[in-house]
Design a protein around this ligand. Structure first.
Ligand SMILES: [Zn+2]
Length: 277
């Protein structure tokens, strides 16, 4: 059953990746993803594949973790006996309220702190990050080490625990489909990281890195995002807002000229002000 749950998680990632590519107008990539979706579906037992396709029609979030006995998508509390059965994962369990497929998240990376409205109320992109999560000049020189640097910063700043588990999940996601888009931007992410809100760290690399961008270009601006299940729709909005903001070459130049976390934070929030409300 663990194998099927892992395939279902992979399928969900493909659903989201496809929706991202469609919103970017990258139809060729979207068709490529559709092929991978079909292949995965054919390898699932028929009752699982039809359940997935039914759930997908309503919402792209088809499989979510159970946290402290609660469905992380709709928040309904599950009976203790069912939580136990989900942990042993002998069959597919669905949430009695939202019908999504449930899995146990024991040992998975969790958020321990939210950006949250501490002090003055935050708005715009500032709701999702903090000055302490900005890296003006990444030390790392490869995709994997950049991910490690961004993940560890988030852990060192107390936002997440289990950075090694989080890094592993980020690399697994990257292996399904590159998260780089055009214009030197990349959005590596991990879904199902519960306990806080949608949170990202941002790293800059002036020379550029190979992140597998569709236009074959180098990647300079990397947003690493952790996404709780209930914030999946928000994530797509944040992603399209950030892409819109940094499609502008001048905006990218301003960001890449920053030398301190403070400057990066100011440039980021300033550029996104009108686009992300
Ligand atoms: Zn639910």
């Amino acid at each position: 059953m663990k194998r099927f749950l892992s395939q279902l998680t992979q399928l969900q990632e493909l659903y989201f990746a496809q929706s991202e590519q469609q919103s970017l107008g990258l139809d060729a990539r979207s068709e490529e993803i559709e092929k991978s979706i079909q292949e995965l579906i054919e390898n699932l037992p028929p009752e699982m594949s039809s359940l997935c396709q039914r759930l997908r029609k309503r919402d792209l979030t088809v499989i979510v973790p159970v946290i402290h006995g609660v469905c992380s998508a709709c928040g309904v509390a599950l009976p203790t006996s069912q939580t136990y059965e989900i942990e042993t994962s002998e069959k597919i369990y669905q949430c009695p309220s939202c019908s999504r497929i449930l899995y146990s998240q024991r040992g998975a990376p969790r958020q321990i702190k939210s950006v949250g409205p501490i002090g003055r109320p935050r708005s715009g992109v500032a709701r999702f990050s903090s000055q302490s999560l900005m890296i003006p000049d990444l030390k790392a020189g490869t995709r994997d080490s950049v991910l490690s640097e961004l993940v560890h910063l988030m852990a060192n700043e107390g936002f997440v625990e289990n950075p090694e588990g989080l890094l592993k999940a980020a690399l697994k996601r990257e292996a399904i489909m590159a998260t780089a888009v055009n214009h030197g931007l990349a959005f590596p992410h991990v879904r199902g990281v519960e306990g806080g809100g949608l949170t990202f760290s941002l790293g800059l690399n002036r020379e550029g890195l190979d992140f597998g961008a569709p236009d074959g270009g180098l990647t300079h601006i990397i947003f690493f995002i952790v996404i709780p299940s209930a914030a999946s729709a928000f994530y797509l909005q944040l992603l399209s807002g950030l892409i819109e903001a940094f499609q502008d070459e001048e905006a990218r130049k301003r960001l890449l000229a920053c030398e301190t976390p403070e400057q990066v934070w100011e440039s980021l929030t300033g550029t996104c002000q009108k686009i992300i409300p």
